[in-house]
Design a protein around this ligand. Structure first.
Ligand code: ACO
Length: 323
């Protein structure tokens, strides 16, 4: 049985860090409010010349280096982003070109904060279907460019960055002892659009628009949706919370992360948290967190790793994989 195995990982952050105390100078907020409600202490913001494509390219290069591969070894690039450099072409194609890669294919997927889960699921389907052998899966965002910097209820929450993994087709036995992606679970429900959306777009307003969110409403749905897709992953594989070595959640809010882990019975020491330093980087948050925990040696080969996310759409999903 073909499995999609993580062969490399990498990340890239903008140069500029913005702390909560700097945020206090921009809008009527406080470090105490932000930390207490979200766990965020700082975020990275893209500066001049830094874009979703440039951050994505740097993350991709780091993942390729770690995998000891070159762009010539890749046959597909899938980029998860909601903040493309241009309406079209896909930013994935821009990254492909920046990597000097002129073969294979590249495209974007858009599922807001769940984007990386959707991208990994797509890559896994291409690999298991025999369409691709090595896929560069990237999550890259520049949410700072779609924030309303006068809206304190949203601008304090988000940051910019990128992360990437290389998934490679390898033979497995078809058991949960295999390395690679073991199950993927995707959900969406457009009935919740108004709770989290961008109020512009090419075919509606002809503008880029700004992020709008009813934070309390999103919060109300988050824990239930996350536990739904995690329980589905357990059921699909016959695993339980006790088998999990690392939970790597989408990094939106510390309270959502803690609440979901508690409900599932996953102890805090098995949960990777980077929301304090990165803020919510949407589709980039999971690969950024994976990079942090795999680089410092917490996530080791053979570990059972559970990824989950919930975001605009609503969309939500999980990926269970053996590292
Ligand atoms: N600084 C200080 N006060 C603030 C700020 C701020 N930055 N923002 C809001 N407040 C005030 C509000 O005005 C309100 O004041 P009031 O009581 O006088 O009216 C008070 O703080 C409480 O506001 P709430 O919105 O009820 O605060 P809550 O405890 O719900 O926290 C938060 C807000 C952090 C946004 C929370 O609701 C949340 O995390 N929601 C989920 C967001 C999320 O996870 N999104 C994930 C998906 S993101 C994606 O897909 C792109």
């Amino acid at each position: 049985m073909i499995r999609s195995v993580v062969r490399g990982f990498g990340a890239s952050l903008p140069k500029r860090v913005m702390t909560n105390s700097e945020m206090e100078k921009k809008v009527d907020t406080s470090d105490e409010w932000i930390v207490q409600r979200t766990g965020i202490r700082q975020r990275y913001l893209a500066g001049e010349g830094e874009t979703t494509a440039s951050l994505g390219e740097a993350a991709a290069r780091a993942a390729l280096e770690r995998a000891k591969l070159t762009p010539a070894d890749i046959d597909l690039i899938i980029l998860a982003t909601s903040t493309p450099d241009n309406t079209f072409p896909a930013t994935a194609v821009n990254i492909q070109n920046r990597l000097g890669m002129h073969h294979g294919a590249a495209f974007d997927v858009q599922a807001v904060c769940s984007g990386f889960i959707f991208a990994v699921t797509t890559a896994d389907a291409y690999i298991r279907g025999g369409i691709a052998k090595r896929v560069l899966v990237i999550g890259a965002e520049t949410f700072s460019r779609i924030l309303d910097w006068n809206d304190r209820t949203t601008c304090v929450l988000f940051g910019d960055g990128a992360g990437a993994i290389v998934l490679e087709a390898q033979e497995g036995e078809g058991t949960t002892a295999d390395r690679g992606v073991l199950t993927t679970q995707l959900r969406s429900d457009g009935a919740h659009k108004e709770k989290l959306y961008v109020d512009g777009g090419p075919s509606s307003t002809g503008t880029v628009g700004h992020l709008r969110m009813e934070g309390r409403e999103v919060f109300k749905h988050a824990v239930g949706m996350i536990t739904d897709v995690i329980e589905a992953a357990f059921e699909a594989t016959g695993t339980t919370a006790d088998d999990i070595d690392w939970l790597v959640p989408h990094q939106a809010n510390r309270r959502i992360i803690d609440g979901s882990a508690k409900k599932l019975g996953i102890p805090p020491e098995k949960v990777v948290v980077t929301v304090d330093i990165h803020g919510n980087t949407s589709a980039a948050s999971i690969p950024l967190a994976l990079n942090a925990a795999a680089s410092d040696g917490r996530i080791k080969q053979g570990d059972l790793v559970l990824l989950e996310a919930m975001g605009g759409g609503f969309t939500w999903g999980s990926v269970l994989l053996r590292w």
